[in-house]
Design a protein around this ligand. Structure first.
Ligand code: NAD
Length: 487
């Protein structure tokens, strides 16, 4: 049954002045999820005004402990409504229920608690000095909220990536206006109900739905009363967001695209390497910023590795999210399916050997309208080929043999992105050498997607600016004020 997906402004669900709506369709079968009410300038203005007013209302007067206790209540309430969040996330993304119920919803909820624990234990520096007239002075730092934070989100892990930003922003005492992806508006919108239920004051959390250019996204990032913009999405969009932030000298935090390499040495634990690379290439239908799209395998095990990955890829059964044997869901939208299939065509045109996949799987009649693509593996392309240099963001990878450490480091680094890598070897010295040499923000050894949320997360080169996670999030979500006392 379809529903209306509204904006959440100042504690209330509202439509819009323009009457403009768009259809949100389920990527599994193209059924209608709901009509989304696109926020225009009036709604964005109202959301920012509500967030500004809330900074100076009851929210701004809470002690850190009271604020954090209130935010911890969100975790309990999201977990109490786990099924509602699960259904909403799955209707928007089509991802398998086992994935959403183990990753998206629990980690989306846990992000609030991670950052309340962080802020309660964050310290600041203090120095004493003697003044020229022989007195004493002491200075100390105070962390103050940055103000109204605009949060612009992608569609691949909608709740999790949004609370990864809303969690620290709110824990630090800011107020937020969230612009979810147009493709996945539901869970951010639903979270408004949870905010009201646990008593978060009106205006602290706001959601404006709509698109980027000439819509809610650009109206929000251009708004002069926004004090900081935090964004996850494509590098091209990040460039536009950074330009918007330049007006008014507003800081930006950018988590952007990647073209991540997995490097597999002949001495690896073979089964673990195959299982891990299978996940990093195909989990969430390849729609993970940290996912692998370039695989480099040391020549002695190249053929064996390609055959093993092929078998795994062909075992990834596409299907309905709640079917127990479903291993892979559809892509998020027709637009994204078209983009990924255009890369499948380019790979063919540029001379790839298609090891497996390369097209659309044959689905039952009731799922034929969905946004399906086959898990795909290519070999034989030069390092300059489109699918080896550009982010596809689908369930696909190119595999290439290598002969030396130096050669593979050069190939891994020869890319404008620098988000993540994973290295598979039993030689710890070699693993540590490569971890230093590869230009990325995140490096996994014999693993992938394993996260300790106290550690820095972010990309190098064109994969981002800034680090979020643990204390690193405080760099963006607070400002340090120095106080000097002479006595
Ligand atoms: P996208 O850049 O197309 O859109 C992201 C958001 O920006 C959407 O909400 C969109 O409406 C909004 N937007 C678009 N243009 C805008 C503009 N001019 N002004 C303001 N807002 C605008 O990204 P996507 O397709 O939703 O997500 C996929 C991308 O996200 C991939 O490149 C992926 O690598 C990246 N990603 C990165 C990370 C990370 O942590 N580095 C995590 C997840 C996804």
């Amino acid at each position: 049954m379809s529903k209306d997906i509204l904006n959440f402004i100042n504690g209330e669900y509202v439509k819009n002045a323009s009457g403009k709506t768009y259809e949100k369709r389920n990527p599994v079968d193209d059924s209608l999820v709901g009509m989304v009410y696109e926020a225009g300038k009036p709604e964005v203005d109202a959301a920012v005004a509500a967030a500004r007013a809330a900074l100076h209302g009851p929210w701004g007067k809470l002690s850190v402990v009271d604020r954090c206790n209130m935010l911890d209540g969100l975790v309990d309430e999201i977990n109490r409504r786990f099924d509602d969040f699960l259904q909403a996330e799955i209707a928007d993304t089509g991802k398998p229920a086992h994935l959403a119920s183990h990753v998206d919803i629990p980690r989306g909820a846990a992000n609030f608690k991670i950052f309340t624990d962080t802020i309660k234990n964050a310290s600041t520096e203090s120095f004493e000095m003697t003044t020229p007239d022989g007195k004493t002075a002491r200075s100390y730092g105070v962390r103050v909220p940055r103000g109204v934070i605009a949060i612009i989100c992608p569609w691949n892990l909608p709740l999790l990536l949004m609370t990864w930003k809303a969690g620290p922003a709110l824990a630090c005492g800011n107020t937020v206006v969230v612009k979810p992806s147009e493709a996945t508006p539901s869970t951010a919108t639903l979270l408004g109900e949870v905010m009201n239920k646990v008593g978060i004051p009106k205006g602290v959390y706001n959601v404006v739905n709509g698109f980027g250019v000439d819509s809610a996204g650009s109206f929000l990032t251009a708004h002069p009363d926004v004090n900081g913009i935090t964004f996850t999405g494509e590098t091209k969009t990040g460039t536009a967001i950074m330009k918007a932030g330049a007006d008014g000298i507003r800081p930006v935090s950018l988590e952007l695209g990647g073209k991540n390499a997995a490097i597999v040495f002949a001495d690896c634990d073979f089964d673990n390497a195959v299982a891990t690379v299978t996940r990093s290439c195909f989990e969430n239908a390849g729609q993970v910023c940290l996912g692998t799209e370039r695989v480099y395998v040391e020549r002695p095990i190249f053929d064996k590795f390609v055959a093993a990955l092929k078998e795994k890829a062909e075992g990834m059964k596409p299907g309905r999210p709640f079917d127990a044997d479903t291993k892979i869901g559809p892509l998020v939208s027709k637009i994204h399916q078209k983009k990924v299939l255009s890369y499948y065509q380019k790979a063919k045109d540029e001379g790839a050997t298609i090891v497996t996949g390369g097209g659309v799987p044959d689905m039952p009649d009731d799922l034929k309208g969905g946004c399906w693509v086959q898990p795909t593996i290519w070999t034989g392309l030069p390092e300059t080929a489109s699918v080896v240099t550009e982010e596809v963001f689908g369930p696909c990878c190119h595999i290439r043999p290598f002969d030396s450490e130096e050669e593979v480091v050069n190939m891994a680094n020869k890319n404008r992105y620098g988000l993540a890598t994973s290295i598979h070897t039993q030689d710890i010295g070699r693993a540590m050498r490569l971890a230093s040499a590869i230009e990325v923000g995140l490096c996994w050894i014999n693993s992938w997607f394993l996260r300790d949320l106290r550690t820095p997360f972010g990309g190098s080169k064109q994969s981002g600016i800034g680090r979020e996670g643990g204390l690193h999030s405080l760099e963006f979500y607070t400002e340090l004020r120095n106080v000097m006392i002479k006595y």
